[in-house]
Design a protein around this ligand. Sequence first.
Ligand code: SF4
Length: 68
Amino acid sequence: MADGKWGHCGSCKFFGSPATAPLEEEEAPCLHPVHVKYRLTVFASNGCTGWELRPGIGAPREAAAPPM
Ligand code: SF4
């Protein structure tokens, strides 16, 4: 997927929340072009390697490395 960077859904442009900066406990559909057919609902605290920076927020630290 994308460039292999892992990031949290809450800072991802594919997180289907109307908020600019979603709260960690928020849930919304994943609108990633590969995932959308599965109709996934994810929490802002979830994440994956399809992450891309959400417009309107700064680059989060979790984008640099996968979780341990
Ligand atoms: S599952 Fe992946 S692509 Fe979908 S919103 Fe979360 S980080 Fe983004």
